[in-house]
Design a protein around this ligand. Sequence first.
Ligand code: NAD
Length: 290
Amino acid sequence: MFETIEKEILSAQKETKKVLIIGLGQIGFSNAEYMTKLGLHVEGVDLNKEAINRALHHKVIQKEATNFAGYDYYIICISTHNPENMFIPFLEGVYSIVKRISQEGKTGALVGIDSTITRGTSRKLESILDHRLHVVHVPHRFYIHEKETHGVNQARVVGGCRPCCTEAAFGFYNNMLKIPLQQVNSIEIAEMTKIVENSYRFMEIAFAEELKIICDRINVDFGELRHAVNSKWNINILEAKEGIGGHCLPKDSQMLLDISNKILPHSIIETAKKIDSSYRLHKNPQLEIQ
Ligand SMILES: NC(=O)c1ccc[n+]([C@@H]2O[C@H](COP(=O)([O-])OP(=O)(O)OC[C@H]3O[C@@H](n4cnc5c(N)ncnc54)[C@H](O)[C@@H]3O)[C@@H](O)[C@H]2O)c1
């Protein structure tokens, strides 16, 4: 009986509530696609006209938003790296969006930050909004090559600025979107979770790259060594491929490195960055001449 009533309320909410996806790149498009499939009313906005046209063409949004008024959920999915250098975090876009939400956004609505941000960002955003809207960070773990298993609907960490924010996040991400959530006690933990995850990955790759350079120099077959070492139950050395690319790992580990640099004289991440540069040169010696 209660379950039926709950389902009816949820389906009524889906029809009346409006979602605005801000940033329609890989994450934003996939979010919009997923939410639209669930029957939500989704609109979108992006600086890039092509991203909007793509979302409209694939019918993952109903229309391009012309202003930020009247939405119940503002989901921020914009890029957070400097377009000129993937190692440099760039959060000005997030601040300017939130300033606009503070002027035009609906009181009591939810601002969900899916983009990767560094420690301390969410509280600054909350103060811009003066807590007129709820602020939560739900860092995305999307992996384009495994969309089915590691797409929008996978377990994610959630942290809210205040308990009411976290509650609002559960109402949207968990109840409506059916995304399994792991709640953390502060939004700072949510911020740190994402950048630690990616820094860890960065270091694992850099370690494989270091081994590959060593092996090549001393004439040892890296593949065979890796296979042998990985036969131990608690070891998984990664492959060494083209160098650490994409826009996530470089800038996310830089975010952690920036924090570390204020506390420690040395950082393992700094060394991992240097190893990755050496590995790129090792793979493409002509890069040094350019
Ligand atoms: N792609 C992934 O696998 C992945 C996984 C986890 C987390 N993330 C994080 O999610 C965020 C988005 O990543 P992405 O891969 O979707 O990036 P993307 O480059 O594919 O898309 C970002 C979109 O944001 C738009 N944009 C940038 N600034 C804007 C602004 N001020 N206003 C409106 N639109 C703006 C861009 O035009 C672009 O279309 C990043 O913080 C990234 O680190 C990405």
